[in-house]
Design a protein around this ligand. Structure first.
Ligand SMILES: [Zn+2]
Ligand SMILES: [Zn+2]
Length: 321
């Protein structure tokens, strides 16, 4: 199956957490946490439409300033999501700069903060010197973003402060059957992206012009096979409590990949509890219980700088048990 989105950790496992998810052929990307983003290119940063911040500890939030700076002249809104108190956190960052010369810049920042019950919204517009504009609140049903073919869900977890876990899920996956394409004598090309969009929106009256031929949607329908959509889950900075573990297992159920912190080795479990973090063994066991196809552990404590492989090994052993 050709994936619809590609995910990659921006930094190494001892550096700030950030997961960059690029949509294939859409010129769009999502970012889960924005620790240091110096390893992202300007091109990559300009593709980001939505940023999901687990919590505002500095290692998960410090990169927002450089992203904002590059987005100032963008016409499309930048959407940010975070836990309780997040609107105030974003406002604090914005207020720390002087904005007297941006009145004709188009950027609008839309911020949503969630608790177990509500999503509160605010906008900050460049033309209004990024002053806080309250947009009210709506009930939170677990879904932060619902787009034409994917959604991002979230759950509130406990890290002594509220910390959000996220999952990105494609509704279903469309595979193009190359043999059927050949039989119809049709080339691979950008028109397939348009065809997939039409299929997703169920607009069956659309006609396609491909290399001088005109084909109706129904003539083409058979080149697509529908399979289960991609699912990527992202969890950092949580206590290994029963409540958290149950929440994460249901959030990450049947993920293709679970990205999960492994801050401590299990032999340092007391330290993990004291700091409201997971151990590698807990991460492995959560991934196994969730039925994840793949586990990627990251966000390691600097105390293991000389032996990161121990954390990976402990998590993998538990995952494959
Ligand atoms: Zn952290
Ligand atoms: Zn933290």
């Amino acid at each position: 199956m050709k994936p619809s989105f590609h995910a990659r950790l921006v930094n190494g496992p001892f550096e700030d957490p950030s997961l960059y998810v690029r949509f294939v052929r859409q010129g769009r990307a999502l970012l889960f946490d924005c620790g240091s983003t110096t390893d992202l290119s300007v091109r990559d940063i300009l593709k980001i439409s939505d940023i999901f911040v687990s919590h505002a500890h500095v290692d998960h939030f410090i990169g927002l300033d450089s992203i904002l700076r590059l987005h100032l002249k963008r016409e499309t809104p930048l959407r940010l999501y975070g836990p309780d108190g997040f609107i105030r956190n974003v406002e604090g960052k914005l207020r720390s700069y002087t904005w007297n010369l941006i009145g004709d810049y188009p950027l609008i920042i839309e911020v949503s903060e969630v608790n177990e019950k509500l999503v509160k919204r605010a906008v900050f517009k460049a033309k209004n010197s990024f002053k806080h504009e309250d947009m009210g609140s709506t009930p939170f049903d677990g879904v932060l973003v619902k787009d034409s073919y994917f959604k991002v869900s979230s759950t509130v977890l406990d890290h002594q402060v509220p910390c959000l876990g996220f999952c990105l899920e494609e509704d279903y996956h469309i595979n193009i059957d190359k043999a059927k394409l050949d039989r119809l004598n049709l080339p691979v090309g950008p028109w397939l992206g348009e065809f997939k969009n039409v299929l997703r929106k169920n607009m069956s009256d659309i006609v396609f012009k491909i290399e001088g031929r005109t084909l109706s949607f129904s003539e083409l329908r058979d080149i697509a096979n529908i399979t289960k959509g991609q699912k990527i889950s992202y969890v950092v900075d949580v206590l290994g409590s029963k409540g958290n573990i149950n929440e994460i297992v249901s959030l990450a159920k049947n993920s293709d990949v679970l990205y999960i912190e492994s801050y401590f080795l299990h032999r340092d479990k007391d330290k993990a509890e004291e700091r409201f973090h997971l151990t590698a063994r807990q991460a492995g066991s959560i991934a196994r219980e969730a039925g994840a196809a793949k586990l990627t552990v990251f966000h390691f404590s600097p105390r293991y700088t000389d032996s990161p492989e121990e954390l990976v090994k402990e998590a993998e052993e538990e995952f494959n048990r």
